[in-house]
Design a protein around this ligand. Structure first.
Ligand SMILES: [Zn+2]
Ligand SMILES: [Zn+2]
Length: 266
């Protein structure tokens, strides 16, 4: 997680030789610095997939893609934004699948106040390891649930604490937008979704897009940890940070392809 929050998002996904970024909401100078900390050369990244056109996701895309030779992928709706006007964008519709190097990418429509926002499942064509990215999620839909199913790694929005949002500095209209059906997921909603999505391979839940004013990393993590502990989760929960690189997060060494247990003949 190169950084996540309302001031910028960038998730680096590595699968064999293939490196893909989900979003680039930071300028090239910040990206260069954070990638250096992750020991990744910017030129070694093949593509950037943009989830939606809000500036915390798209701000650095065009310039970085040109500077470092990345391909840019975005939905038709996202690609129409002014920030991508000068970029060469490979467009698709929300719900389409893509293949980038050794990764298969499934896209899902996400409810959020943008033109054609998406969440993603990135799957290794070799090992079958699956990682989900779901942030800027207004509310939990069937598509959001499907996205979170059967994953090894889940990056999930846990934007705000309900109480801190109500007591916080934002005017009522902004509070309504954040908590509304096209806004962002609260700690309460994220923890419930994480617990509902629990599957045997899930090794790590990374909480993303935390509000700096209406949340605390430890509060968000403890809420999801508690919900997952009740569901007997054996993995880890970590909150991403706006300002520092967090990770890497890795899947378990072997993936259970089928959850079918053979009965032993006693
Ligand atoms: Zn955002
Ligand atoms: Zn957004």
């Amino acid at each position: 997680m190169l950084g996540s929050g309302s001031a910028g998002n960038a998730v680096l996904v590595e699968c064999g030789e293939t490196r893909v970024l989900v979003d680039c909401g930071f300028g090239t100078r910040t990206m260069a610095m954070r990638l250096k900390l992750a020991h990744v050369a910017p030129e070694s990244i093949s593509a950037c997939i943009v989830t939606h056109e809000h500036s915390d996701h798209v701000k650095g895309v065009a310039q970085a893609a040109q500077k470092w030779g990345w391909s840019v992928f975005a939905t038709h709706g996202t690609a129409a934004c002014p920030e991508l006007a000068d970029a060469q964008v490979r467009t698709f519709a929300a719900g389409d699948s893509l293949v980038i190097g050794s990764m298969h990418v499934e896209t899902r429509r996400i409810p959020h106040d943008a033109s054609e926002p998406i969440g993603l499942v990135l799957e290794s064509q070799r090992s079958g390891v699956r990682m989900g990215v779901a942030y800027d999620v207004g509310h939990v839909t069937d598509d959001v649930r499907a996205l979170c199913r059967d994953l090894d790694l889940l990056v999930l929005e846990s934007n705000h604490d309900d109480g801190m949002l109500r007591a916080g500095p934002y005017p009522w209209v902004v509070q309504q937008r954040i908590a509304g059906p096209l806004g962002h997921l609260s700690n309460r909603e994220a923890s419930a979704l994480a617990a509902d999505s629990l599957s045997p391979n899930l090794a790590h839940v990374v909480l993303a897009h935390l509000s700096e004013r209406c949340n605390e990393p430890e509060l968000a993590a403890s809420r999801t940890r508690a919900a997952l502990a009740r569901a007997r989760f054996r993995g880890a929960v970590t909150s991403a940070s706006q300002s520092v690189v967090v990770g890497p997060f890795e899947p378990r060494t072997s993936r259970q392809r089928d959850a079918v247990q053979m009965a032993l003949p006693f």
